[in-house]
Ligand binder design. Sequence first.
Ligand code: ADP
Ligand code: MG
Length: 362
Amino acid sequence: MTELPKTLTFRMPAEASPLGFRHRPAKPLLEAERLRKTFAHAEGAAVERVSLAVGEGELLALLGPSGCGKTTTLRMIGGFEDPDEGRILFEGRDITHLPPEAREIGFVFQDYALFPHLSVIDNVKFGLRKLPRAERQTRAEEMLRLVGLAELGKRRPHQLSGGQQQRVALARALAVSPKLILLDEPFSNLDAKMRVETRQEVRKLLKSTGSAGILVTHDQEEALALADRIAVMDKGRVVQIGTPDEIYRNPTSEFVANFIGRSNILRGKAEGMNVQTAFGNLPMTRAANGAVDLAVRPEQIMLDPDPSGSATIVGREFRGHDQIYWVQNGDDCMIVISGPGAQHPIGTRVRLRICDCVVPLN
Ligand code: ADP
Ligand code: MG
């Protein structure tokens, strides 16, 4: 018995054309144009021709592996690093060489950078130095209420948990109501469970204050769960920008197809919207012609036990809500994810089918 569907269902993705990708918000708040940054004694540029835009109230994730230039990009936008080339516009105004304090942009550092000798409320008040003294207290109390720390204003940072310290840093940065807030790996000091809980709180908080945000992360799950749009970076460059759905369903390169989730890579011969593969003729998410590499998600492959099948299960991982199989199919080892229902032992002969649109890679 198998719980897998018997019929092929071809589902077209919402965005069938790469031209439909939302690269730019309709009304950009911040625009970075062709930013470049090299460091002395470093080989090549840390950031190369990075262009991106953030809309009012929008949350953009800057996602990529360690060392790809995320922090450097964020620091240029915040004014902590001077670009070699390119420019930065805020509400249409050139702010490329303005110091951080003249930018009306909030920054939450990776280590929170709280003052250890100041109480929680004084840390928040520090961000409000420009306000009259009486207003400072009221505003700081309001911010601590907003982040759920109203009772802890008198404590010192070291008397708080990691998650609470992060909320103080957020309260301090948000106290001046910046139109844009920059967050560098804001969840990296939290344990796995706290990270999942905190990220939705942070999203809610930003949406409630109306501040736009750029959030740097190397965690694809975090970017998919949190962001309105994702800019994927690799080796100093932005390689794809789109909504989480677009990036996941329609990656344009093998790098993106494997950095955001996992993909199997197949060879095929494409003609228009269809491609001939070892799995038969399949529809594609966008048109291509000639020899192509194709990305196929593990959950797009169906696995049927069949003693005369040409593929064999060589590895298995039970994960509760689903299970991963590694299947040897000729020279290729493919990853297949199926529901928690039927479980097939290692060594089972199977037949593989692909039941969805596949993605041609550039
Ligand atoms: P990420 O935040 O994506 O991990 P970074 O922006 O911190 O990446 O770094 C990008 C590259 O620039 C790395 O190769 C890093 O070593 C280099 N780099 C960053 N800051 C400096 C610096 N101040 N001096 C020299 N090299 C730097
Ligand atoms: Mg970094």
